[in-house]
Design a protein around this ligand. Structure first.
Ligand code: BGC
Length: 261
């Protein structure tokens, strides 16, 4: 528990499932006021709201598409109207799909870049505008991926979006550090979430992914949420512009394990 997160207002985009859900619930356990943004599944969002309230936090749900500028603007505005303030913005909403790069349609490329990168930009920009205008030493956490550094064939749009997030986060961190605003990335590896459910239900595919993880197992959403609350808390007060990998060692060249090479 991080006592300074109590009553903090935290927005989580894509908060109705997967990593967003785990983070939203963890902030609820920290007694924060959580704004759960969701794209389409209201029932899932309401279930997350209920869990946050059961855990002792407060929550509201707000429907919105992070690729739509007006939705992101109103997300922050509504959060401020309901809770009086915003201190933490978590740009988590993301999508992915595999396609050989020479067959990737522009539409698919744009959808992934719009959601993963432009969505995180809009969330960051609106949060920054609000922090600057109100003189708040706010905190932005962008959900990146091990693929901000690991190339990923068939997922060129996804890898490009995460590489973009790395660069965006570092740039914003530098630009806003003098105001005490911190901007960081959490970069998960292979985590047990709905986005990966199909892949990990197949034992062969699951084993194949596990072989890429030095710690030997697929991570849990709660392990990612634990990194997010630390970055949002004052325990990480001197940390900005960095990426916190939560990947069981996946980015550490597992093929070189046991002295190969
Ligand atoms: C993706 C997962 C993938 C993992 C490791 C994540 O960013 O969302 O689908 O398993 O990276 O490759």
């Amino acid at each position: 528990m991080y006592s300074d997160l109590k009553d903090k207002v935290v927005i989580v985009t894509g908060g109705s499932s997967g990593l967003g859900k785990a983070m939203a619930i963890r902030f609820g356990k920290e007694q924060a006021n959580v704004v759960v943004n969701y794209h389409s599944n209201q029932e899932e969002a309401m279930a997350v709201q209920e869990e946050i309230e059961k855990a002792g936090g407060k929550a509201i749900i707000i429907k919105g598409d992070v690729t739509r500028e007006e939705d992101v603007i109103s997300l922050i505005q509504t959060a401020v109207e309901k809770f009086g303030r915003v201190e933490v913005m978590i740009n988590n909403a993301g999508i992915e799909n595999p396609v050989p790069s020479h067959e990737l349609s522009l539409d698919n490329w744009n959808k992934v870049l719009d959601t993963n990168l432009t969505g995180a930009f809009l969330g960051s920009r609106e949060a920054l505008k609000y922090f600057v205008e109100n003189n708040i030493k706010g905190n932005i956490i962008n959900m990146s991926s091990v693929h901000e550094v690991i190339p990923w064939p068939l997922f060129v749009h996804y890898a490009a979006s995460k590489g973009g997030i790395k660069s965006m986060t570092e740039t914003l961190a530098l630009e806003y550090a003098p105001r005490g605003i911190r901007v960081n990335n959490v970069a998960p590896g292979a985590i047990d979430t709905p986005i990966n459910a199909e892949k990990f239900e197949d034992p062969e595919q699951k084993e194949d992914v596990e072989s890429l993880i030095p710690m030997g197992y697929i991570g849990h959403p709660e392990q990612v949420a634990a990194a997010a609350v630390w970055l949002a808390s004052s325990e990480s007060s001197y940390v900005t512009g960095t990426t916190l990998f939560v990947d069981g060692g996946m980015t550490k060249y597992p093929s070189f394990q046991a002295g190969r090479g």
